[in-house]
Structures are given as structure tokens and as C-alpha cells.
Design a protein around this ligand. Structure first.
Ligand code: CMP
Length: 487
């Protein structure tokens, strides 16, 4: 494998001038040699001391063959250029370098053999090739690598695992770059530091090659992290939106943001995105990281850095911050409207906060339950089983409550309740409610109306776990019985 710095290619006109100069020189050499052949032969015979000398004839013939060979080679190159250039001009067929090389080798060999038989009519070429075992062995050994590369190149052209313009990663050394050329000897790739790496075809045939085709939607993964205090649902949403907009990120597939690990210092995430032009992945990765930084800044999210967090555990009610917000939330719930400020405060102190991810189940139908919930932030959906398929019967928003049926009647949960987005709920248990009922017996009555209404709704849904509808009066006495209140 040879690695060389980027060089500017000779321009087309320079190539043409060089070509004609070489051809003119070859023709002139031929003309001069042919004109002075007899003089050169005499000179050789004179030096060898024999006349006529077969050796002098062989030497002059060999030089003639050499000069014809050079001219034939230049002629074949010109033919190659005209033939494949014309094919590209007229039919837009861009022949691979390997095909051009094979064309040059075959035509040149034919011309050379014709010239050989003319100049050495006495030599039987067929016999030379078939009988000379030593010649075969020498040729085989000398061409071992060359032939290996050549045949590996042919199989690469036949298989076409990648093409010019694709990004490839080759072998254990992970040479990465854009394919510029596949010749009879090597694959030429331009790395992202603008170096050219030549990988011999025979080496490439042995190594694993990762191909990122140009016309394929190739993906990249960029990692980042947040503090444990930052919400995953919010992080995922913010990063997805920020990355979606970035230049060269494909709009055909939405980026995927997911938690990769719960790390020592924070939550580790990865964002997987698809590129329009994979060859620009370094720039796009950098742009994605930049967008994440700005989006974090706007959304108040924090990158994690090596930290050690010391938690001092105190009584829950004492550490429950923003208790004022919970009191405010509970006093806005219609069934708690009759409660005094102190009673709502008591309820708020007993309430436990829980956060659920989008899609997580807060309550499962059929489970036993001894608490009710108030939606503090977010939204939930109430679902019943309709012939084996979930069917939504209600969507509850901030300030709405659920789970009261099992709490007040002691029966199993009548429906599934699922978080629609990241949702925070306040859980109020049996004992807290009993304290409230003891001081506010009227509350039981208004609750029994709501439960009866919801049961009515559930009874109309097939397969629901709700028992047949009870009257609110029946419910009232059932609740009182369950809570040990006077009838
Ligand atoms: P519970 O049976 O304890 O658990 C499931 C909860 O879903 C139930 O209490 C109610 O709070 C709620 N629920 C059931 N049906 C409805 C409905 N039709 N509208 C609103 N909420 C409901």
C-alpha cells in the first residue's frame, strides 16, 4: 500500500503535447535506425571480428523490435483515447480504467507479436511458449503479484461491490476515503485529509471492505450526554428537532434519538441520522454536535461532566419542593373544591409525585388499586379492551384525575391509563383520602356521581373490566362502607 500526498494532475493539453513529442521522438529514432542500419551492422561486425555475423543481425533486429514496440505502444494509447473518448462523447459510456488497461494490453500484445514474427521469421513463438518450462516458471514468478492484482481487479469489476464516488473503509487499518479509480493494479481512494491511498487489488480482495454507496441513504451515529436531572422525553424531542434541520441531514428519514447507557456521569444518548451526501460526514457530524449545543442552551438542558452527586435523604414531605404548585394543582381539581386550604395542604403533603415516559402504563386494567391520581403535567389516555384491541374512551389533561374507582370501591382497575407524553402525576393513597372524608363527608356524594357517570361510559364499551353500572346512590353506600364511614 503506498500513501502519497495530493498532487495536481497534469493538464489535458500537457498530456497531448507530451504524447506527440514522444511519438515524434520514436518515429525519428526509427527513421534514423533504419537509415543507418547497414552502417551500425558493419560497425558491430567490425567489433566482433566476423563478417557476416549472426549476432550483429540479432542485435539490430532486437533494437528494431524495441523501437517498433515503443511506437506501437504510443499508437495503442492513442487508439484507446479515441475509442473510449468517442464512446463517452456519443453514448455517455464511461469505461472503467481496468477495461481501458485490458484493451491496451491485448492490442499491444497482438501488434508486438505481429512485429516479432516479421522481424524474427525463423523463431517459432508457439514452440517457445509451450516448450520452455523454465521460461514459464520465471514469467510466472515475476508476474505473480501483477497477475494477482490483475485478476483481483477483474473480479472487482465483475462484482462491482463499489464504484467511483462511493466511500469505502478498507481492512484492519480502516483506510477511509472516496473511491477515485479502480485500475488493473490498485484501488485509489482519496482520504478525508486529501491524501491518496493506493490499495493493491490483491490486498483489497483479502481484506473486509465497508462500502457506503453514493446512491444509498447512509447513517451516522453521534453521541452526547445529559445530566440525570434532565428529562429524557424532552432531550429526545429537542435533539431530534435540532438535528432534523441541519444541512446534509436527509429529510427522507427522521433522526432517531435514544438512550445508549445510564453512565457514571450522566445519561448517554446517541442520535442516528441519515445523510444526503455521505462523503461529507465529518462536516455533518460536527454540525450536528453544534446544533445539539445550541438546542441544549435554548431548552435549558445540560451536558454531563464528571460529577459526584451526594444525596442526603430526608423525610419526603420535608424535601418536597414547590409544594405550593401541588396545593395549587389539587385545589383546581373540581372534586376537591369543597376542601379548606388546610385540608388541601394535608392532601398535598401526602401526595407522591411520579413521572412516566410517553407510552408508559400508569394503571393496568384488572390490577388491584388503592390510590387515585391527579395529572400534574402532561396527558394520559384511558383505554379499554375492545375485542382484544385497545380502545380509547377518554383523554385526560392537567388537573384531571383518574384511578378513583378502584380506590373508592375496592374493585380492580376498570381500564388501562397510558401516558401520552412525558407525564407527571400526583398519587393520593387510601389513608389520605380517608382523612379527607372524615372531615368532609359531603365529598363522598359528589365522587359517587362522577364514578357512576364514568361507569356508565365504560359499560357501553365491549369487554371492559367495569362491572355493570351501579346507581350513584348504591355507589355512595358502597364507598361509605369501604371507607368505614357512617351511612
Ligand atoms: P380505576 O378503575 O381505578 O382505574 C382506571 C381508571 O380509568 C378509572 O379508575 C377511572 O378513573 C378512569 N376511567 C375509566 N373510564 C373512564 C371514562 N369514561 N372517562 C374518564 N376516565 C375513566
Amino acid at each position: 500500500m503506498i500513501k502519497i500526498g495530493a498532487v495536481s494532475r497534469p493538464r489535458f493539453t500537457n498530456k497531448v503535447v507530451l504524447f506527440f513529442a514522444a511519438w515524434a521522438a520514436a518515429l525519428l529514432a526509427m527513421y534514423l535506425f533504419w537509415s543507418f542500419e547497414s552502417v551500425i551492422k558493419e560497425l558491430l561486425e567490425h567489433r566482433m571480428g566476423t563478417s557476416p555475423s549472426p549476432s550483429a543481425v540479432t542485435i539490430t533486429s532486437a533494437v528494431k523490435l524495441f523501437l517498433i514496440g515503443i511506437t506501437a505502444y504510443l499508437f495503442v494509447r492513442a487508439l484507446n483515447f479515441l475509442f473510449f473518448g468517442l464512446a463517452f462523447r456519443l453514448k455517455r459510456i464511461d469505461a472503467p480504467t481496468l477495461i481501458r488497461n485490458i484493451f491496451t494490453i491485448v492490442v499491444f500484445t497482438i501488434l508486438f507479436l505481429i512485429a516479432f514474427t516479421f522481424i524474427f521469421p525463423d523463431v517459432n513463438l508457439g514452440a517457445l511458449f509451450t516448450t520452455s518450462a523454465i521460461f514459464g516458471v520465471i514469467l510466472g514468478l515475476a508476474l505473480q503479484d501483477t497477475l494477482g492484482n490483475f485478476f483481483a481487479g477483474i473480479s472487482l469489476q465483475a462484482d462491482r461491490p463499489f464504484q467511483v464516488g462511493d466511500v469505502i473503509v478498507v481492512g484492519a487499518q480502516r483506510h477511509t476515503g472516496v473511491v477515485e479509480e479502480i485500475s488493473w493494479r490498485a484501488i485509489k481512494i482519496r482520504t478525508f485529509t486529501n491524501h491518496v491511498v493506493l490499495i493493491a487489488n490483491s490486498n483489497a480482495a483479502r481484506e473486509p471492505i465497508e462500502v457506503c454507496p453514493r446512491d444509498n441513504l447512509n447513517a451516522r451515529i453521534v453521541v452526547f450526554n445529559t445530566l440525570y436531572t434532565d428529562s429524557p422525553a424532552k432531550t429526545i424531542h429537542v435533539v431530534r428537532e435540532a438535528v432534523r434541520e441541519a444541512e446534509n441531514v436527509s429529510t427522507k428519514v427522521s433522526p432517531i434519538v435514544r438512550i445508549r447507557n445510564l453512565g457514571d456521569n450522566g445519561v448517554d444518548y446517541e442520535v442516528k441520522y441519515w445523510l444526503e451526501d455521505y462523503a461529507k460526514y465529518n462536516d455533518t457530524d460536527a454540525l450536528v454536535r453544534q446544533r445539539i449545543w445550541y438546542a441544549f442552551r435554548r431548552a435549558g438542558l445540560n451536558f454531563a461532566y464528571p460529577t459526584r452527586t451526594l444525596f442526603v435523604e430526608r423525610h419526603r414531605a420535608a424535601v418536597q419542593r414547590d409544594g405550593g404548585a401541588i396545593v395549587e394543582r389539587l385545589s383546581a381539581v373540581d372534586i376537591f373544591a369543597p376542601l379548606s386550604v388546610e385540608e388541601t395542604g394535608m392532601l398535598a403533603q401526602a401526595a407522591v409525585r411520579h413521572v412516566f415516559a410517553p407510552g408508559e402504563m400508569v394503571i393496568r386494567a384488572g390490577d388491584p388499586g388503592s390510590s387515585m391520581f391527579v395529572v400534574h403535567n402532561g396527558r394520559v389516555r384511558v383505554q379499554v379492551n375492545d375485542n382484544g384491541r385497545p380502545r380509547t374512551v377518554a383523554t385526560l389533561n392537567e388537573g384531571d384525575f383518574f384511578g378513583e374507582m378502584a380506590l373508592f370501591t375496592g374493585e380492580p382497575r376498570t381500564a388501562n391509563v397510558v401516558a401520552l407524553e412525558e407525564t407527571e402525576v400526583l398519587e393520593i393513597g387510601h389513608s389520605a383520602m380517608k382523612r379527607v372524608f372524615d372531615t368532609n363527608p359531603d365529598l363522598v356524594e359528589s365522587l359517587s356521581f362522577i364514578i357512576a357517570e364514568r361507569r356508565q361510559g365504560l359499560a357501553s364499551q365491549a369487554d371492559s373490566a367495569a362491572p355493570a353500572s351501579d346507581s350513584s346512590a348504591g355507589l355512595l353506600s358502597a364507598i361509605k362502607r369501604f371507607f368505614g364511614l357512617s351511612q
